[in-house]
Design a protein around this ligand. Structure first.
Ligand SMILES: [Zn+2]
Length: 295
């Protein structure tokens, strides 16, 4: 392995062994499985919108905003990021294993695969709960909500005509468009991202980076197939524990890099993105351990 060796992590963790250890000595009725936290790795960078987006968790479709670190900011929740990234991760595992892979995100999680091991699961047959080891934190826009949100006609026309097309002809396009808020989040709005992986292996990091990159192309917002695509600049992967969403907003990239100097860290956007290239060969090396039934 290449720069990943800097982090001094195991290449792969056999989750059946890890789960057995975590469950050993527990009563049958207590099947909540916390993998003991050893190392924590933080992956950090900046995600920039390439297309207008709508990030909303409200029924009215209003853009999620919160006052945080001195400003009202737009929020891209960790749950929204996680939902997209986890589904893509699962599809990559299916690509390696083939149709025998029966784990379905999010409705029918198997509890026996690397996706469940990394993102958590509850298996109703065995009663075993596996706690997620991947914590994707919510992202807050660098820009204020006022700067980031547009009422601009140009975006409305673009978004509404796209939506009309996506909904198909004959449904009454005006009606389709009218349920949406008049606000959109502007392209070029920047959302710092911060992801913690607990007790990580090198494979966890490689598969996370690959899934994150594809998720950016897929988009995270409502109706994301036609908008909210983004691009990420990764700045570091580190074992340093000092980064938080506040730090990401208040410190410059240079200050952040300086603060983790001399610690176990990988830096550089291209070095980090190229880790995704290792997915295929690592996944094939551990193919028989990605999905194991029978425990
Ligand atoms: Zn699974």
């Amino acid at each position: 392995m290449t720069v990943l060796n800097n982090l001094n992590l195991p290449e792969f963790i056999d989750f059946n062994e890890a789960i057995d250890i975590a469950l050993s000595g527990k009563k049958k009725s207590l099947r909540r499985c916390y993998i003991p936290v050893g190392d924590v790795v933080t992956i950090a960078g900046y995600r920039t919108l390439d297309a207008p987006a709508l990030f909303t968790t409200s029924e009215e479709g209003t853009i999620d905003k919160v006052a945080f670190e001195g400003k009202e900011r737009v929020v891209l929740t960790g749950l929204k990021q996680r939902a997209v990234i986890r589904r893509i991760h699962s599809s990559f595992i299916r690509g390696i294993i083939g149709d025998n892979y029966k784990c379905v995100v999010p409705d029918n999680l198997c509890g026996h695969c690397v996706n469940c091991f990394q993102f958590g699961s509850m298996n109703s047959d065995t009663g075993i709960q596996v706690k997620s080891r991947t914590n994707i934190t919510s992202s807050f826009s660098l820009q204020s909500a006022d700067e980031a949100i547009s009422e601009d006609e140009e975006f409305h026309i673009m978004v509404h005509s796209d939506l009309s097309m996506a909904k198909g002809e004959g449904e009454g396009t005006q009606k389709g468009a009218s349920i949406y808020t008049n606000e959109v989040i502007k392209p070029e709005t920047v959302f710092p991202f911060l992801v913690y992986i607990y007790s990580p292996s090198q494979f966890d990091i490689v598969s996370y980076i690959k899934s994150h990159l594809i998720a950016d192309l897929r988009g995270y917002g409502s109706y994301s197939t036609i908008r909210s695509q983004a691009r990420s600049e990764f700045i570091l992967i580190t074992k340093d524990l000092s980064l938080s969403p506040s730090v990401m907003l208040n410190k410059s990239k240079e200050e952040i890099l300086k603060s983790v100097e001399n610690k176990l860290t990988i830096t550089g956007d291209s070095a980090i993105k190229s880790l995704a290239d290792q997915f295929e060969s690592m996944a094939n090396t551990y193919k028989n351990k990605l999905y194991q039934l029978g425990k």
